[in-house]
Every structure is written in structure tokens, then in C-alpha cells.
Design a protein around this ligand. Structure first.
Ligand code: KG4
Ligand code: ZN
Length: 332
């Protein structure tokens, strides 16, 4: 059963075709980094305009690569939130149009649910597991008991980890997107050079990164000659330590022995390495999607959409995008 996934939640225009929620037939992501680079971050209005230009070429290319026509598609799964409202609107309107024109059922997918399903494109973890979604817009911990059964056990109180990466990169003059640049630069720096604050919100599995961001800013102002490699590595060490400690806490509190790491920041090499070490020490099984499935893509949306479709959770044509859309368990 083939599902066409569409994701335009942020600054990537993405479409993919996935078979039975597992096998990627084709997966196209058109990045807008060139558009936003000179501003040091995403300009929402430019992102939506670019999605309008790219959405049809990206979908056509996805069908072409898979040698598939609309007649072969069982359902269209589209991200309807959370994300940038103008960006989401393009994907949702387009999905509704092609669904209506070709009489193909429509399914709505929460972007966070999509990130969780990235792991099922390459492996099959047993339930229950802990999912750490760590991206530019989110840093959240869920307990996942089945397909569509989620319990939030922690979230950021302010900035997402990816946002902190992007802001610190901008501060250091590295450009956008900052995460991959800090990832690379940190390999040449000393993570012990500077001690940055690590928020520990006692009694919760919540996160906070805004204080860390401010601490880096203050440090840079006070020490203009400091090595950027050391600042990057020390900042990254603070983020990673907190992420790993909270996952380790969640595993113990929820008494589960499987963890999946997903979202753009989970492409970070040091995070992957250090989380793998903690998994061996604490004795939990760790599932890491390939790098290209960590960052935004529509294959993960098609995979999540498949499970909604087989349960009959179809969307209606009054489907609207939502900038804020908490991940809750499916009711169907
Ligand atoms: O999941 P994603 O593609 O989009 C959102 O849903 O937000 O995540 C994008 C975020 C950006 O903040 C980017 O800087 C960060 O993921 N990122 C990384 C790396 N690759 C992407 N952060 C740290 N290390 C990386 N290698
Ligand atoms: Zn994302």
C-alpha cells in the first residue's frame, strides 16, 4: 500500500512515497537554506512563498523517481502542524487539492509523530519506547506505547535545542543552519574549555536552553579573543549532557529499555556517539535514524500516515493547519 507524504512545516519542501509504512520508494527534500542563509535564520514569509514555487515540482519528481502515478496512491498524508503557519498552509492546501482532484483519501499527520516514525523506515523497535525529539522547533520526550499512543513526559520550557544551536552559530558568525556547522567546528575544540550552565529542572524531565544561549552570548562579549572552536565544543557539551541525562532519567522513571532519538539535532555526531555510550552503560537499546531521516522529510510523514489510514483516521476537506498542535494519542 503506497502513501504519498507531504511536509512543508518549516523551510524544507518535502514529498515521499512509502510502502506499508516501512519501505521508502522515493524521497525528495528541497532545502531552502540558500534563501534564508543571508538572514541567519528562517524568514517565514519567504519560506511560504518558496514552498508555493517548489511544491508541485517536488511532488512530480517524487512520483517520477518512484515511477508511480496518482492511481497507485492509496492515501495522501500531510503535515498539518506544528510549524510555521504560512508554510503548513501550502502543504495542506496542495494535499487537499490533489486528494479532491484524484479522489485519494487524505490523512493529517502531526509533524512530531512524523519524526517518531522516521525510525520505522529502517528498523522495528518493540513498544514501549522513549522518543527524544530534538529539532529546531522542539525538544520533547515521549513514552510511546503503540502506533498512535503517546504520553509526553518532558518538553522544553523555552527554546528548542536546535534553536539554541542556530542562535549560537549566528552569534559566532557561522551562518545558517548552525547545527551542522557547530557539529563540525566542535570536533576541533575542547568541550571542557568553558563551563556553561546546564539546566536541571528538578523533579521533571523538562529542558531549558535559553539560559545557556544567554551564557554563551555573555561569554563571547567578555572574551572576544576566545577560540570559537572551544566555545562551540563547550556549548555543545552542555546541550548534549542535558539531553542524555534526561533520556537516562526517562528510561528509569518509565521503566522501559528502548530509546529512539529523532529530529534534526539527532544528526549531531557527538550526540549520537555519546548517547550510544550511555545506552551501553545504562543498558537500554538505542535506535538512531540515518542522518537524512533525522532532519525534516516526508517519508516519516508517509510512514505515520499509513498507520492512521489503516485505522480509518481520515481527514476531511475542512482540515486546517495549526502552528501549535500538541501530539496526542489517536482516537480512531
Ligand atoms: O527536524 P528539523 O530538520 O526541523 C525542525 O522540525 O525543526 O531540525 C532542524 C534543526 C536546526 O536547528 C538545525 O540546526 C539542527 O536541526 N541540526 C543540527 C544538526 N543538523 C541539523 N544540530 C546539531 N547538529 C547537527 N548535525
Ligand atoms: Zn522537524
Amino acid at each position: 500500500m503506497l502513501i504519498l507524504g507531504i511536509d512543508t512545516s518549516c523551510d524544507d519542501t518535502a514529498a515521499a512515497i512509502v510502502e506499508d509504512g516501512k519501505k521508502i520508494i522515493s524521497n525528495v527534500v528541497s532545502s531552502q537554506d540558500e534563501v534564508h542563509k543571508k538572514y541567519g535564520g528562517i524568514v517565514p514569509e519567504l519560506a511560504s512563498r518558496r514552498h508555493i514555487e517548489l511544491i508541485w515540482p517536488v511532488i512530480k519528481e517524487t512520483l517520477r523517481r518512484g515511477n508511480i502515478s496518482f492511481d497507485d496512491i492509496a492515501a495522501i498524508a500531510v503535515t498539518n502542524g506544528p510549524g510555521l503557519i504560512g508554510s503548513l498552509l501550502v502543504g495542506v492546501c496542495f494535499a487537499k487539492s490533489i486528494s479532491f482532484a484524484n479522489q485519494i483519501p487524505l490523512v493529517a499527520v502531526n509533524h512530531l509523530e512524523g519524526h517518531i516514525h522516521a525510525v520505522f523506515l529502517e528498523s522495528s523497535p518493540d513498544f514501549p519506547f522513549i522518543a527524544l525529539i530534538v529539532s529546531g522547533g522542539h525538544t520533547s520526550l515521549y513514552r510511546v506505547d503503540d502506533f498512535g499512543v503517546y504520553k509526553e513526559i518532558g518538553r522544553t520550557r523555552d527554546d528548542a535545542a536546535g534553536e539554541a544551536y542556530d542562535k549560537v552559530a549566528k552569534l559566532l558568525g557561522f551562518g545558517y543552519p548552525g547545527g551542522p556547522i557547530i557539529d563540525a567546528v566542535s570536533l576541533k575544540g575542547d568541550p571542557l574549555a568553558i563551563t556553561f550552565p546546564k539546566a536541571n529542572l528538578i523533579g521533571t524531565c523538562d529542558f531549558s536552553f535559553s539560559g545557556l544561549k544567554t551564557a554563551v552570548m555573555n561569554y563571547v562579549r567578555k572574551h572576544p579573543g576566545a577560540r570559537k572552536e572551544d566555545i562551540s565544543a563547550s556549548f555543545q557539551a552542555a546541550v548534549i549532557e542535558v539531553l542524555i541525562d534526561r533520556v537516562s532519567d526517562a528510561v528509569k522513571i518509565e521503566d522501559v529499555n528502548k530509546v529512539i532519538l529523532t529530529g534534526g539535532v539527532s544528526a549531531n555526531r557527538t550526540l549520537r556517539e555519546k548517547m550510544s555510550c550511555r545506552a551501553s552503560v545504562d543498558g537500554f537499546e538505542l535506535y538512531l535514524p540515518s542522518m537524512h531521516l533525522c532532519t525534516d522529510n516526508a517519508a516519516m510523514v508517509a510512514a505515520a500516515g499509513y498507520h492512521h489510514f489503516i485505522k480509518g483516521n481520515l481527514a476531511k476537506y475542512d482540515l486546517n493547519p495549526r502552528a501549535y498542535l500538541p501530539l496526542v494519542s489517536a482516537t480512531g
